[in-house]
Design a binder for this molecule. Structure first.
Ligand code: NAP
Ligand code: MG
Length: 500
């Protein structure tokens, strides 16, 4: 176990373990892998356990054995566990601080955002628990010819796979829902941000009966397929990239395992000519775009502005970006940290280079107080690309970094067509002072979620189901609907008077 009185430092690397059948344990081959700080890639943060296929099998078996007793509890009983977890997650201030700092150092995001993720995870446990009564109510259909009760049953062992960018919030969109529905779970955090999520999951697992929640970390190339193809996995809930999502769906086909896939996004925001463009609006645009250095599935990634307001938006947003301080996320003055890893940085910089090479105006904004740190870490300043051609990769693809192309349009119909002209359909936003017009446009956008006069995680309501159209995925997480995905419908019918 980790000594929580120790500070996270290079001399004092953290080591995290697997959690299987109610106990913390090293990987069966005793292997670990190292995690480094993306702000200072030479700085070791710690080691996470590197699981094997045998560990995956043990975790799935433990979840399978724990399933009948967990499924037999009432919704109220499971809700009591969830509420206790929510309380416990924030009860120990020193521990929250320890995990937030660790998260900041292994991920790169600023401390404020790590704290936001921590609190959001607890909130989502509470929200799922609050649906207990509604979940316990079966639908009843009176005869003739029969009386029918439409009940629901948990699916069994669920594999929950999360990416590195927002691991705790994303866990909050599937783990409490899976548990509330009566499933037991095997969770696989991403390699690039494994330790703070794993320690948090250990805390949660300790509050549940053994085997209800199991955690495996390590390389997906070693354990990914063993997990998703395991014959005892009855549901897969994956959040990550489009190619891996497609691969998982293919693997799942072997056992006809149902999947929910939350994949990438390339969200458009439409700023109409009647939008209110004050400082608050520009700040919301900034946060919607650049939070977590733009590594957010639901970030604003394509900004379309009515031509009459284009210069105003460019000036306003550029002014906000220029004020931002880029550096080590642990420092109070830092507004934006590095990109999480070298591969992601190279994707982002290659898109910016293409935009420059094809003649678009590129402006890299913000203050860099420590040039030496900036040069060594995986940094990219908040970058705005003015009037790029619609064919550029930064417009067509998901940049997943702190870069925003800003385009213009003339009519509402053109704006809707541009927003929908994408393989993705995760989120979108409409900015206007006319609520009827904004809602009418929102209804025509191909997206799982549309914000009005805001965009991104700070504007999201966790009661709304969340997920995407097209390449953005299949199914929905969060809200009441997010719990139902972890259940199978079961109709029971009999002669009139037998059931109702
Ligand atoms: P990724 O490469 O697809 O990985 C996601 C997760 O899947 C990681 O835990 C990864 O483990 C695991 N994985 C990879 N191959 C696997 C396999 N064969 N079997 C089982 N698991 C496997 O995505 P990422 O780079 O971590 O995250 C960035 C992407 O996620 C972006 O495209 C972003 O838009 C998307 N995302 C979507 C949402 C949403 O809600 N729609 C939210 C956040 C992020 P390893 O780390 O070990 O490879
Ligand atoms: Mg894009």
């Amino acid at each position: 176990m980790v000594d929580q009185t120790q500070s996270v430092s290079t001399e004092n690397p953290v080591e995290t373990q697997l959690y299987i059948a109610g106990e913390s344990r090293p990987a069966s081959a005793k292997d670990t892998y190292a995690l480094h700080n993306p702000a200072r890639p030479e700085e070791l943060v710690g080691y996470a356990a590197s699981a094997t296929a045998d560990d995956v099998d043990s975790a799935v078996k433990a979840a399978h054995e724990a399933f009948p007793a967990w499924a037999a509890l009432s919704y109220q009983e499971r809700a009591a566990y969830l509420n206790k977890i929510a309380d416990f997650l924030v009860a120990d201030e020193a521990d929250v601080k320890f995990r937030s700092h660790l998260f900041c150092r292994e991920h790169g995001k600023v401390l404020k955002e790590t704290m936001l993720e921590m609190s959001r995870l607890g909130d989502r446990f509470r929200l799922s628990a609050a649906y207990a009564e509604r979940l316990a109510t079966d639908e009843e259909l009176n005869g003739p010819p029969f009386d029918v009760v439409i009940t629901r049953q948990p699916r069994g062992v669920a594999a929950l796979i999360v990416p590195w960018n927002w691991p705790l919030s994303i866990l909050g969109a599937k783990l409490p829902q899976a548990l509330m529905a009566g499933n037991t779970c095997v969770v696989k955090p991403a390699q690039n941000s494994a330790m703070a999520p794993t320690l948090t999951l250990h805390k949660i697992a300790e509050l549940l009966p053994p085997g209800v929640l199991n955690v495996i970390t390590g390389s997906s190339s070693k354990i990914g397929d063993s997990l998703v193809k395991h014959s005892r996995i009855r549901f897969i809930n994956f959040t990550g990239s489009v190619p891996v999502g497609k691969h998982i769906m293919q693997m799942a086909a072997e056992n006809l395992t149902p999947v929910t896939l939350e994949l990438g996004g390339n969200d458009a925001a439409l700023v109409l000519e009647d939008a209110e463009l004050d400082q608050g609006a520009f700040m919301r645009m900034y946060l919607g775009t650049f939070m977590s250095s733009g590594q957010v599935c639901m970030a604003l990634k394509r900004l379309y502005v009515h031509h009459s307001r284009y210069d105003e938006v460019v000036d306003g947003l550029t002014a906000v970006c220029e004020k931002m301080v880029i550096g080590d996320g642990l420092l109070q003055e830092t507004n934006m940290g590095p990109v999480n890893n070298a591969k992601q940085l190279s994707i982002v910089t290659s898109m910016v280079a293409e935009a420059r090479a094809k003649g678009a105006e590129v402006r890299e904004c913000g203050q860099v107080p420590d040039e030496e740190l900036y040069a060594k870490g995986y940094f990219q300043k908040p970058t705005l690309i003015y009037k790029p051609d619609q064919s550029l990769r930064v417009v067509r693809e998901e940049q997943f970094g702190p870069v925003l192309p800003i385009m213009s349009f003339d009519t509402d119909a053109e704006a809707i067509a541009l927003a929908n002209d994408s393989n993705f359909g995760l989120c979108s936003s409409v900015w206007s002072q006319d609520k009827e017009r904004a809602v009418a446009i929102a209804r025509q956008l191909e997206a799982g979620y549309t914000y009005l006069n805001a965009h991104g995680p700070t504007a999201q309501d966790s009661r709304g189901p969340f997920g995407g159209f097209k390449d953005s995925g299949i199914g929905r997480n969060l809200g009441y609907e997010g719990i139902l995905q972890f259940q199978e419908y079961h109709s029971i019918s009999g002669p009139q008077g037998w059931l109702l």
